[in-house]
Write a protein that binds this ligand. Sequence first.
Ligand SMILES: Cc1ncc(COP(=O)(O)O)c(C=O)c1O
Length: 492
Amino acid sequence: MSGGALSDWLQQGLDRASDQPLYRQLRDLLLQAAMQGRLPAGAKMPSSRVLARELGIGRNTVTEVYETLIAEGCLHGRGGSGTYVADLAGDRMPEPEVAASVESEAPPALSQRGKLLREGAGFSPHQWGAFMPGVPDVSEFPAQVWGRLLSRAWRRPPPERMTYAPPGGLLELRAAIAAHLRDARSLNCAPEQVVITTGSHQSVDLAARMLLDPGDCVWLEDPCYWGLRSGLQSLDLDLRAAPVDGEGLNCALAEHLPPPRMVIVTPSHQYPLGSVMSLARRQTLLERARRWGAVIVEDDYDSEFRYGTRPIPCLQGLDRGGRVIYVGSFSKTLFPGLRVGYLVAPPALAEALADGSAELYREGQQITQAVLADFIREGHFGAHIRRMRGLYGSRRQILRDAIEKEFGGALQASGDNAGLHLILRLPDGADDRRIAAEILAAGLSTRPLSRYFADPHTAPSGLLLGYAGVKEEAIGPAFSRLAEVLRRHLVL
Ligand SMILES: Cc1ncc(COP(=O)(O)O)c(C=O)c1O
């Protein structure tokens, strides 16, 4: 392109009415010309004086643009003999016509497991309000205390706190969690066995990646939490649905399944049905796991909130063979957005799982971990749990009373000896998915029970109602609105 043709082309491209400064526009146009080959490698650029005159702009603007393009490697100056176009062959952009044809091609397709994950996705964009299951009352979180601890932690953080976390997480937090679990849940655990994660999802992902190979058999309770099922499905494992009854997972009813390499259970409060695994069943499961050579993952997601009944010792505390990985989370005790959880590994696996976590997820968040350690050690965690247990216990009773008032004995609540939700059983054949969708349209959130079963066609019908995050005075009126939807669907 000759000097005259170049300045004509630039003149057409410059938009003097635009908000973008002329300097920026000129730089972009020259870069585009060089990348598309309009300005061939080695071509001499017009002098800044000439180009400024032809374009009717200040010489300083052109000089500055040339300097920028020299710094970016698009032009180079040859010691006083002028400015030349650099060789950009390797960086050349396709002509616009070619680019357009690329755009019209089909976008990259999702993998089979990507498709499966989306088709079965259970996450909800609604996470707050009556009767969102599984959500604690985050508005009661002692934000001021946390804020004070946080600003103290930021005052002069040691540099290593701002780097990646050590394998397993900050030792102070691992020690604070171990002490809490020994006291509150009778766990056998040293700080080195605790591996900090971003929650139960990541804890189970870590355990599965470190202990299982594709195709390995995993037993999941039927019903179970969709979140863990989705994560495991993405690892190409052979997932099997193991039946659950009023005493938790029933090994005798699962005899027809292939022996598992891993079993995932919620013994303290079966999710979502709410049954508690009996001591006899716990002993059986531990004994079978020894025979199969399997590991048991004990998901103890909400056992801190127990109403009146005494807790049965957790599986980890009963385990003598080093087969149980205990999984805990601060999602229910503090708030889900914190994204901090942990696993407690058997001593023989602890270091490997901590290293695996550092390698797979490159953890950080040490300042948050330090704040959480202080929060636990200074007694705020225990005090918060005690206060919330009282609050949730009375909300649970208010919801039970509201169900009784609206439906008498016609609809039963169950599964609420612990946790943050109850199950409202619906008559067989009621379409709980459709009912839950209508309840959502009425501005309330519930989840259909059948959604948690491996086979929704044979699943019982019901609704999960979370009571923990609903203020006392709002429970009755919100349940009346829900009851209106139910009456439209049920003959009671
Ligand atoms: C059975 C079960 N486990 C664990 C969790 C919590 O997962 P996370 O710690 O990743 O938030 C939930 C949340 O609803 C759950 O229902």
